[in-house]
Every structure is written in C-alpha cells, then in structure tokens.
Ligand binder design. Structure first.
Ligand code: ADE
Length: 225
C-alpha cells in the first residue's frame, strides 16, 4: 500500500513513521509512505501557499495552485483509491474506517492548515474528508499520522502475530481484556489466577467476559452499535 501525504510542515511528519511497527513495515516493503512538501509545488515567487480569505475574516486560506498541481502530478503517475482531506468537519475516523482504508492500494492524505483550504479543492479533488475527533488541531498533520499509523499496522505482515491486530479493542466493538506480564506478584499486586492456570479454554472465556464487562462499564455506547 502506498500512502502519499501532502503537507506544508513535512518536518512534523518525517519522524512520525520512523519507529517500531511502522518503520519495519516500510523496511519490509509492506507499505511506502511519501511525504510531499506542498510549498515545493508553489509557482509563487515567494513560494507562498496561502492567502487572505475572500470576503474578509481572520486567518489565511491555503491556495489551490500548489495543491492542485501536486495532486494532478501524482494522479498522472498512478490511480488513487482515495484522496483524503483531514479536517474537523470530516467523517469521524474509527476502526472500521481504518479497516476499509487498509485494503486500498494508493491513497493521498492532504493535511489542512491555517483557516482551511480553498473550498474548490474539496469540491473537485477530495474524495473523502476525515476528522480524528471533535476538537480542533493546529493542522492536519497529527490527524494524518494517526490515520497512517492505524492503517499500516493492519497490513498483512506489519504485526508479527497476525491475530494480534484482530484482537484489538474496537475490532468487534469491544474493548480488549486487560493484559499482564511477569512478575506474577509485584509487591502484593497479583495477576488474576486464571491467567496462570494454563487452561486456554478458561482463559479465553475469562478474556471474553472481561471485554464485555469493561465495554459495558467504560464504553456502553459501543454495545449499541
Ligand atoms: N485538523 C484540525 N483538526 C482536525 C481534526 N480534529 N481531525 C482531522 N483534521 C484536523
């Protein structure tokens, strides 16, 4: 899977994918993540990428030209399944959306900034708008990093234990059961006996019960989905 991220702040993203599972997925050619600096495609003599809003008002608006030229250039090179714009007005990101994106071949993620982007980009070039939550970030870069991280870890081979992505919280609208590791007794803080029993059937049942109990208590809204 190829993920092309378009941003005016490439430095914010350059380090984000250079660790752990995502870094290994890139090294194993499971995914290719490219970060494009929108400023490099500005034809303005000062390499400007924003301008004052028509009609007045606070904040700057990202201009069409560098973004449209960059997207058109990429589209000439390959077909894209989705061209995503990260924005607080988008559809709220969740595990189902991550699953859906993880089976795509090529996607673009355009990071918004300032007061927004010229609306014509959204009307003519964007296929999907995604928000990572009901709050406003200074830009879409962190949202792009969240989406990329969630999607890449689902790609086959990204996680060594293949069942582990399937048992994530939210995969079946249930929170995960608690996990423990050695020591079994830390100054009197004990691991539940059942996990030390060696009886896999009982352990699996305990985990399922814990998932349901935690979901009822902490996220009852998930059970009605
Ligand atoms: N840009 C600013 N806030 C955002 C959010 N909550 N989700 C996605 N992109 C954003």
């Amino acid at each position: 899977m190829r993920i092309d991220i378009l941003t005016v702040l490439p430095d914010l993203l350059n380090g984000a994918f250079n660790h752990s599972i995502i870094k290994r997925a890139v090294e194993k050619n499971i995914t290719e993540i490219n970060i494009y600096n929108i400023r490099d495609y500005s034809t303005d003599k000062h390499k400007k990428t924003d301008d004052y809003p028509f009609g007045g008002g606070a904040g700057m608006v990202m201009t069409i030209q560098p973004i449209a030229d960059l997207i058109e250039k990429l589209k000439k090179e390959r077909d894209y399944d989705e061209i995503i714009y990260t924005s607080p007005d988008g559809e709220q990101f969740n595990q189902q959306m991550a699953n859906m994106l993880s089976i795509k071949k090529n996607i673009i993620i355009l990071c918004g900034h300032y007061k927004g982007i010229d609306h014509r980009i959204r009307e003519h070039l964007i296929t999907r708008e995604i928000s990572i939550g009901d709050y406003v970030l200074t830009g879409g870069e962190l949202a792009a990093a969240v989406i990329t991280d969630c999607v890449v870890r689902l790609l086959p081979g990204a996680i060594s234990d293949e069942t582990s992505a399937l048992s994530d919280s939210f995969q079946d609208n249930l929170l995960s059961a608690p996990v423990y590791t050695r020591p079994a007794d830390y100054n009197g803080w004990k691991v539940p006996d059942v996990l030390l029993s060696g009886n896999q059937k009982i352990i699996d049942q305990w985990r399922e019960d814990q998932s349901v109990e935690r979901t009822k208590r902490l996220r009852p809204d998930l059970l009605s989905k």
